[in-house]
Write a protein that binds this ligand. Structure first.
Ligand code: ZN
Length: 248
């Protein structure tokens, strides 16, 4: 049954946010997408997100009718307030706090606040992001409690109910592949392999079973490991993990 509310998906063009977009399109009557341009070292993700939207629109007609406008916000100010491996030519490493230096403190809080402001103007009341505690990289702004607190603050701050949904919060990467397979079958996972982008280095010169990427960076390693686990075990082992419950 379709939820009559309208949703805004934080959509980067990666595997996780594409799974979230499919989840939203299956569930909500109207779904818009939001991307953030914050001077990443590569524009591959920004191109990927348009390809993914086009492919979804072409190959999943029952979702196409629900897929609304795309929005892209210029967040180049992030490079003024942080100095990290995502925005500067530096190697990815783990800092003294145990966080990867790709970490931009509070980035997801900022993203959700901008999303809520846009959602208010567009008449959307559900904000959806691909944050996840299970494959936890140590990002405190991805935690379930952080985002539940933010949901309350946003709803009070705009004096309108805002719901934050994070369908991947308790899934590992293999279960994320299983979720997208359940939502859109092999066709959706083939689309994710071919068109989404995850690699931190923006490498699309090497094609693997799980998609394009350098194969070495933490993002590639995580994606490859999850894909192989899903391929090895299929969807069945995940049937009793709650993955399928998120579809009802
Ligand atoms: Zn990589």
């Amino acid at each position: 049954m379709t939820d009559p509310r309208s949703a805004l998906v934080l959509f980067s063009g990666g595997q996780d946010s594409t799974a979230c977009l499919a989840w939203a399109l299956e569930r909500y009557a109207h779904v818009e997408t939001l991307g953030f341009d914050y001077a990443q070292r590569h524009s591959v993700e920004l191109e990927a997100r348009l390809h993914v939207r086009n492919e979804l629109h072409t190959h999943f007609p029952h979702w196409a009718a629900r897929l609304g406008d795309d929005h892209l916000l210029d967040m180049s100010l992030l490079s003024q307030i942080s100095d990290t491996a995502m925005t500067a030519e530096r190697a990815i490493e783990i800092n003294a706090e145990g966080l990867p230096n790709t970490f931009v403190p509070g980035r997801n809080l900022l993203f959700f606040m901008f999303a809520a402001t846009l959602a208010y103007r567009r008449g959307l009341s559900v904000l959806i992001g691909g944050m996840c505690e299970t494959d936890f990289s140590g990002y405190p702004d991805c935690r379930d409690n952080t985002l539940k607190a933010l949901q309350v603050a946003l709803s009070l701050g705009v004096a309108r109910p805002m719901t934050i949904e994070t369908p991947l919060m308790w899934l590992d990467k293999a279960q994320t592949w299983a979720l997208s397979a359940a939502l859109g079958g092999e066709a959706l996972n083939a689309l994710i392999v071919e068109h989404t982008h995850t690699c931190y280095l923006g490498d699309r010169s090497q094609r693997h079973d799980w998609g394009y990427g350098c194969g070495q960076c933490p993002a590639c390693a995580l994606r490859a490991r999850g894909f192989n686990a899903w391929r090895q075990h299929g969807d069945a082992p995940f049937a009793d993990t709650g993955v399928m419950d998120t579809l009802t």
